[in-house]
Design a protein around this ligand. Structure first.
Ligand code: DON
Length: 307
């Protein structure tokens, strides 16, 4: 699709010129060192072609984007039982907020806020050793992206483990309500490490294909999840994937998307494309500032909004 190639190249050039790039996350010290000038984009189209722009092949910390894949894995293990420990409603508060948990019996609003993702990770762990659970998550990412080189950035994981006091508070608080089954330090260890997986836009867009093509891996024809499950994961990405910025993202971009504080966003254009962008500077909600602008430009030019 030559038109798409041109649009991706144009967007990468336009993003290079922006001076207002947002603020790089600093609460995870290792992420504060990343240069905000990076911009990457990868679009996998319906024919399976990859259109790459800027730093689209440079690995970055996927952070909360990993929550899409842990949710998929946990649903595969527990099915609808998962929804007993986590809800499906937007929280209207920050990704690391604790406030709603007290009135809601320790049940997090959705699987994408930190509390919800920790509860999901605890389900994947369910009695296994942290190393085994992490191995399973990593194996799933490599399988989906068709790339065995995907790995955890141990420096980022250690950095978050040292400073993740809020996540420790969330986990302990949920544990006090009986929402977590495993020792809190096990669950947090797995959570910090899956957030620290490093991937490029190309790898992420590859991994997201099953969400754009009704649960299928389009290149092998293998089913990853049922079509209904892919649709449901997309719906949670649309309503909760950008925390308190989810409404704005739906309004401007019009696609299911999941952000991470590393500055990545995975977005899904059903039947059309799997898309990943990366720009490390964040807006006030902790979502990539330029990443959202780039996706808005892409969906407008391609007519890909689902609305
Ligand atoms: O737990 C944390 O705070 C990070 N590992 C992930 C948060 C995150 O990516 C929020 N997304 N924009």
């Amino acid at each position: 699709m030559p038109q798409l190639d041109e649009i991706v190249t144009e967007i990468a050039q336009e993003m290079a010129c922006y001076s207002d790039r947002g603020e790089v996350a600093s609460y995870i010290p290792e992420l504060a060192r990343i240069d905000p000038k990076h911009f990457g984009i990868a679009v996998i189209d319906a024919e399976g072609n990859a259109h790459i722009g800027g730093d689209g092949d440079m690995a970055f910390s996927i952070q909360s984007i990993s929550k899409v894949f842990t949710l998929t894995l946990a649903l595969g293990k527990a099915g609808d039982r998962l929804w007993r420990r986590v809800g499906r409603e937007p929280s209207g508060s920050a990704f690391n907020s604790i406030v709603l948990l007290e009135n809601e019996k320790g049940i997090p609003r959705n699987p994408f806020i930190n509390a919800g993702a920790i509860a999901v990770t605890d389900l994947i762990l369910s009695g296994h050793q942290p190393r085994e659970a992490l191995g399973e998550i990593l194996h799933f990412m490599r399988f989906l992206a068709d790339d065995p080189s995907i790995a955890i950035d141990e420096a980022v994981a250690a950095s978050e483990q040292r400073t993740g006091f809020r996540n420790a508070a969330l986990a302990n608080y949920m544990k006090s309500f009986g929402v977590l089954d495993n020792p809190v330090d096990y669950t947090l260890g797995v959570y910090f490490h899956h957030c620290a997986i490093a991937m490029s836009c190309r790898q992420l867009a590859m991994a997201g294909r099953f969400l754009a093509w009704q649960g299928l891996n389009p290149s092998t024809g293998h089913r990853v999840v049922q079509a209904e499950r892919a649709r449901r994961i997309n719906s949670i990405m649309l309503t909760c994937g950008h925390y308190d910025g989810s409404g704005e993202f739906a309004y401007r971009v019009g696609l299911p998307g999941k952000s991470g504080v590393g500055g990545g966003i995975l977005a899904v254009a059903p039947g059309k494309a799997s898309i990943a962008v990366w720009a490390p500077g964040l807006d006030a909600n902790g979502n990539s500032h330029l990443g959202r602008i780039a996706l808005e430009a892409l969906t407008r030019r391609m007519g890909w909004s689902i609305f």
